[in-house]
Design a protein around this ligand. Sequence first.
Ligand code: PMP
Ligand code: GLN
Length: 380
Amino acid sequence: LQSKLPALGTTIFSQMSQLAAEHQAINLSQGFPDFPSNPRLIELLSEAARSGLNQYAPMPGVLALRQQIAALVQSCYQRQLCAEQQITVSSGATEALFVAIQALVRPGDEVIVFDPAYDSYQPAVELAGGFTVHVPLLPPLYQVDWAQLEKQISKKTRLIIVNSPHNPTGAVFSHQDWLSLQALVLKHRLYCISDEVYEHLVFDGQPQLSANQYPELAERSYIVSSFGKTFHVTGWKLGYAVASAELTAEFRKIHQYVTFSSFTPAQHAITQLLAEQPEEVKRLAAFYQLKRDQFRLGLAGSAWSLLPCRGSYFQLADYSAFSDLDDVAFCQWLTREHKVAAIPLSVFYRQAPSQRIIRFCFAKEPETLARATEILCQLS
Ligand code: PMP
Ligand code: GLN
């Protein structure tokens, strides 16, 4: 078989989680919580299944869930959405991103992504026959140089994919970033996919901003989020895409043949939880900020140099003060020899600069973070 994705292997997340399991290492690599979800959510899931809600959900998602999503978007971003025509429930953000990319990208189209970027965008663009154009984020805050980005826009550019809060760097767009993005999208008649799976995880009192708040941008965007992140249930693979009625109709043409519909009992459980505890998501930022602070404090005074983390549940750390290994070799060594797993930053780049930085996930119990930081401090 001639591979359609010849350069691609198995994702770094599978590789590192497997290595962590083999070596019984503390797994701060793949991004998922090691603590339980809200017990009420688990009760609601089993109630849904026991009460017989086990057959196909409607193709666009359970309507009551879409209404709850509309209420959430209204409450966070004051955008009024039509639940019937503008919201589609997906099997995780991953499916929504894939479907949105297939809906927009035609053979030969160029798609702007950041360098570094989450790893699922590029293969989806290539399967649609498009090409990614990588625009570097500028450390240490991993900011976008919008003037530089505009120079990369050509007649073939169709789409820009943004992600704030950003995986893997923890960077967060400012109001000015969103305005610059909106201006470019309008000026060049681009489309936008805004990956907002960490939307509720912004720290230090920064405002929680979204493409939903910029009407002219929102009109040309698919805005994607994930209940896996928001309710600590990454294994449920439930997310959604918000878009104009026109973009939503195109999205559903593809979604109906990728998966048709998503896991029914979870849709009902999350509907009910959002109805019972609508304020719960507003506590997420403070909850994760404590974890970030514990992790950073645990490494304070060590030879690790920590980059800023303004959102998401990832912390970048520079180890160049005490090792010359490249980041892939370093992560393997750290997992095997010291039983802490992390992700090398270079895998998120098309053209990684020469640097020694890795990504830790701090969505972990305080004891897990304490054990990990104790080990990591001894290294340096
Ligand atoms: N986008 C980003 C930036 C992510 O970090 C992740 C998950 N780690 C996803 C999308 C996929 O989300 P889901 O698990 O809901 O498919
Ligand atoms: N998004 C998660 C991360 O960045 C992993 C998702 C996956 O394993 N595909 O770690």
